[in-house]
Design a protein around this ligand. Structure first.
Ligand SMILES: Nc1ncnc2c1ncn2[C@@H]1O[C@H](COP(=O)(O)OP(=O)(O)OP(=O)(O)O)[C@@H](O)[C@H]1O
Ligand SMILES: [Mg+2]
Length: 336
């Protein structure tokens, strides 16, 4: 794990590494027209780790699924550029090559991703076999990836079934399936939420090491700001289907600009604060169909004024970061 959010390192990644994924104006709507995700734009550079955070229902999973066109009954607009090519316009066959190939996917609940009646080895090897890799080579790579993910007797465990595995081991299998075809980007949707804290830390450490060794880009969806601080280079904050803030981990924790981000950070439990003093963002999120006019956060925001009720604040670049707020906490940050 990174010892602390490192501003210089984060900026170095941004400056030096080329763009890998650029999402532009991505909207995902229900057949009736309600936007679950409304005009999301974000960029992930090579080797960069971006955390996507926000309360339940803010559109994190829908965004991740739309990048891979997994939510096929929803309408998707906008562009998803992978190495400069819009993958939303690929044929279904080409898209199948991207999923699990260029972009690996790992989801929260291992038991949903894993097949109880297939051996662990067959499941990990499947994504290689469908890409034409021979049986022996696929087995060799499955053993190598599991070993790298800390499974010591990988060759012996490949014939096992998932019910014979502990939670932490199952999550390693999910990661092995996502990573075995050597993707450039891993999208991990709350990959460790179902695990206890100690095992969660182990799995994240393994992923951290793996990502560093392979210069893997990661889009990590999580509720846990502690995980964000130790794992990510940059944080994208979503509220009600829109991005409200995007900043390096250092900048975000040091000086959150959006009142919602300030609330999220204030809600982090701290050892020096008793349970009674725990702050939380007051109020609760509303479903997309009931999204308020203007800034969707305005009914919960202490700083809200008339303009917040009527106009959606644009996501503006300020001092190398982005924020969508009519009254951001701009102390010391100059608009560019
Ligand atoms: N297929 C779908 N049909 C209708 N509504 C959906 C669909 N998928 C998601 N939603 C709605 O879209 C909104 C965003 O959902 P999403 O799953 O992306 O939230 P999330 O940020 O991932 O939340 P969580 O932290 O709980 O996983 C929610 O209001 C959800 O109910
Ligand atoms: Mg989700």
């Amino acid at each position: 794990m990174n010892a602390a959010p490192d501003l210089a390192a984060a900026e170095a990644v941004e400056a030096a590494a080329p763009e890998l994924l650029r999402v532009e104006g991505l909207s995902v709507s229900l057949p009736g027209g309600v936007a679950l995700v409304d005009g999301v734009s974000l960029t992930i550079h090579r080797g960069e780790r971006v955390a996507l955070v926000g309360e339940s229902g803010s559109g994190k999973s829908v965004t991740a699924q739309a990048v891979l066109r997994l939510n096929d009954r929803l309408r998707i607009d906008g562009r998803v550029m992978l190495d400069g090519r819009d993958i939303l316009s690929l044929s279904e066959r080409e898209m199948a090559g991207v999923r699990g190939g260029r972009i690996g996917l790992a989801f929260q609940d291992a038991m949903v991703c894993l097949d109880p009646i297939m051996t662990v080895g067959d499941q990990i090897e499947e994504s290689l076999r469908i890409r034409g890799v021979g049986r022996a080579e696929a087995r060799r790579r499955a053993i190598a990836i599991l070993t790298e993910l800390g499974v010591h007797d990988a060759a012996d465990r490949l014939g096992s079934y998932v019910h014979e595995f502990s939670g932490g081991m199952r999550q390693r299998v999910v990661l092995a399936m996502a990573l075995v075809a050597q993707p450039d980007l891993l999208i991990a949707d709350e990959p460790t939420t179902a695990l206890d804290v100690r095992v969660q830390r182990q799995v994240l450490d393994l992923l951290d090491q793996f990502a560093a060794n392979h210069a893997l880009s990661v889009l990590l969806i999580t509720h846990d700001m502690g995980i964000v601080a130790s794992f990510a280079d940059r944080v994208v904050v979503m509220y009600s289907g829109r991005i409200v803030e995007d900043a390096s981990v250092f900048d975000l924790f040091e000086r959150p600009l959006h009142p919602y981000t300030q609330g999220l950070l204030a809600a982090i439990p701290r050892v020096d604060r008793s349970q009674d003093e725990l702050a939380a963002v007051p109020g609760s999120p509303v479903p997309p169909a009931l999204r308020p006019s203007g800034c969707a956060f305005h009914p919960r925001c202490a700083k809200a004024t008339e303009v917040c009720r009527t106009e959606v604040p644009p996501l503006e670049t300020m001092g190398g970061r982005r924020v969508a707020c009519h009254h951001p906490a701009t102390d010391g940050v100059h608009a560019v």
